[in-house]
Ligand binder design. Structure first.
Ligand code: AMP
Length: 217
């Protein structure tokens, strides 16, 4: 059966960290719109240029851009048996777009589709964001305060120099939270009404949260 997991939750709720690990363990690719967009920016494509202006303000990138990127990614060979979606959909409009994409990519397949909603109080998240650094090579995520690398600024896993995201500042983060409440939070009701939503207590150590996820999926 094709496995489709959709991870949703406020910025810095731990989706990326958990998806990264789950993807490595299960083999299902981690499909993350934020990373796909940042990669387009790095490559200097026209899509990247447009996306950058929205990302820098903590706003949602227009749907035609993200839906195209996601559709192309989900049609790739490695996603045929399943995938873990992180950061898409982020609005009702995008959820409806995903329904359309799923009609194409799921045709003739039996699918197990689950939405995991990361529940966590918001006051803890801002501090996570401003202290977050990650490895641009292997994707490992650290927190300078809570889960620092062994050697300052260097990835434990692959020894690359860690970087901080440009939008991980207090000012942009506040705007990302506002966008989350206005655009993304209504999806909780949307997927809950359909019986597809599973709430996850996203507080605790990374290990504890991972164990809970494994039980839920
Ligand atoms: P993230 O890495 O998931 O925190 O996303 C970083 C930024 O990329 C967001 O603040 C948005 O500007 C943009 N972005 C990521 N995913 C989406 C999406 N599904 N729709 C629109 N914009 C997105």
């Amino acid at each position: 059966m094709k496995k489709e997991l959709l991870f949703m939750g406020p910025p810095a709720s731990g989706k990326g960290t958990q998806t990264h690990r789950l993807s490595k363990e299960t083999g299902y690719p981690h499909v993350d719109t934020g990373s796909l967009l940042r990669s387009a920016i790095k490559k200097g494509t026209e899509t990247g240029l447009v996306a950058k202006s929205f990302i820098d303000k903590g706003q949602l990138v227009p749907i035609d851009i993200v839906a195209k990127i996601i559709k192309e990614r989900l049609m790739e060979q490695d996603c045929q048996n399943g995938f873990i979606l992180d950061g898409f959909p982020r609005s009702l409009e995008q959820a409806l777009a995903l329904d359309e994409i799923k009609k194409e990519i799921d045709a003739g397949k039996e699918v197990d589709f689950k939405v995991i909603n990361f529940e966590i109080p918001e006051d803890a998240l801002l501090e996570r964001i401003v202290n977050r650094v990650s490895c641009p090579v292997c994707g490992e995520i650290y927190n300078k305060k809570f889960t620092p690398p062994k050697k300052d600024g260097i990835c434990d896993k692959c020894a690359s120099v860690l970087t901080q995201r440009k939008d991980d500042t207090e000012e942009v983060a506040k705007s990302r939270f506002a966008t989350y409440h206005k655009e993304t939070e209504p999806l909780i009701n949307f997927y809950s009404t359909r019986g597809q939503l599973i709430n996850l207590d996203a507080q605790g150590t990374s290990e504890e949260i991972y164990k809970r996820i494994k039980e839920l999926i």
